[in-house]
Ligand binder design. Sequence first.
Ligand SMILES: *[C@@H]1O[C@H](CO)[C@@H](O)[C@H](O)[C@H]1NC(C)=O
Ligand SMILES: *[C@@H]1O[C@H](CO)[C@@H](O)[C@H](O)[C@H]1NC(C)=O
Length: 467
Amino acid sequence: MSIMKNFLNVILILCVCLNWCFTEGAEEKESGKVDSYTFQVSSLFPSSSSSCTPSSKASNKKSSLRVVHMHGACSHLSSNKDARLDHDEILRRDQARVKSIHSKLLKNNADGVSKAKSTELPAKDGSTLDSANYIVTVGIGTPEHDISLVFDTGSDLTWTQCQPCLGSCYSQQEPIFNPSLSSSYHNVSCSSPMCGNHPSCNSVTSCRYRIRYGDGSATIGVLAKEKFTLTNSDVLEDVYFGCGENNTGLFNGAAGILGLGRGKLSIPSQTTTTYNNIFSYCLPSSASNTGHLTFGSAGISESVKYTPISSFPSSSLYGIDIVGIRVGDKELEITPTSFSTDGAIIDSGTVITRLPTKVYAEMSSVFKEKMSSYKTTSGRSILDTCYDFTGLATVTIPTIAFTFSGGTVVKLDGIGILYQITQSQVCLAFAGDDDILAIFGNVQQTTLEIVYDVAGGRVGFAPNGCS
Ligand SMILES: *[C@@H]1O[C@H](CO)[C@@H](O)[C@H](O)[C@H]1NC(C)=O
Ligand SMILES: *[C@@H]1O[C@H](CO)[C@@H](O)[C@H](O)[C@H]1NC(C)=O
């Protein structure tokens, strides 16, 4: 990790127009820096009955899928649009996901990096968890059958539940895919290089896969090939995917997972010749807005700033190096030893950003100092810096900006700083944890355009990716 702090101090943070009711404070107008956001408290809690406002960007882009929250006005999955998310459950599952990412790393370290490649497919324990709440809808098979999948940069294999559900299937909202009704479905044989070294696999049987998640959820089934229809003009033939015959867990009614990791079975890796191993997304600011997941480089904003993907002891995760964090006008003390040797990753499925305890403690303390005029309240689960905004029309919070290696400064949207449980309990959406690597989570990614240029070995960021 290089130290770019001094250099970065002179980079002007761009003044960007934020969507919604956020306005930026102008405490340092002359230097061009903006250190606070003022917003209406009510904007944190869009009414659950509000209608869906689609992102204009998504529909204008080529090879672009609509990204929506699993529950809410823009999702066709939730039959009860008012379904309230259980925050304790979200935070509990988030912690389980983070632990399972960590155990996957330990396992890879123990096995050795070179070996990890050949064991890509079978029996990977605790690779990810379903705490991600963002889904995309794709078509599978011939004739096309629509399925909504949770998209996940933390895992590779795309899978969906398949009839006849030999073991068991959890309840999903769309009809379960039936491969025997599709003319483009093919099993993959054990001799396929994509199959890996499965112990129970021999030359006459078809390849099987098994993924176990940190919370005990699991999917077991057949590795198969199918036609995937992303958009009318983006039809992918012979995509490797998991046809899940025995699936347990709470995937919130989604039909499975869309794997966007770095491994060879992920959708970006399989579609390198079409999309050049580049994809980008924007996570919407609320359940009443949409974002996008876009394959290929068409339409990527000129203002995207890149940081290298760091070498990492896992074939599927995206490593990045955090070299600086600024809270309001205060630069936190981050040195090359602040982060563990595992460094940090960016993950679409982790909700709350995790930082080393010492870094988080300083962030929390600076945040509290800037927020000293507000009433504090008790913490919730892994969140410990919380405020009671009852009775307030507007609040002003300090900005937070991350600097990644290469000098890329990413200023979080106002909505990417707080986790709102109720008006009387709104928390700083970060947590300290020394037992795991640092993770740049999806609350912090909200409304940013995030580009995964895997072929180019870099991840990029730009503001206002959804609007
Ligand atoms: C389904 O998977 C569970 C473990 O996740 C296992 O206990 C059970 O035996 C499996 N059922 C079948 C029919 O394979
Ligand atoms: C694929 O393999 C499964 C399990 O081995 C089998 O039940 C199914 O009939 C096969 N499907 C095709 C199209 O070969």
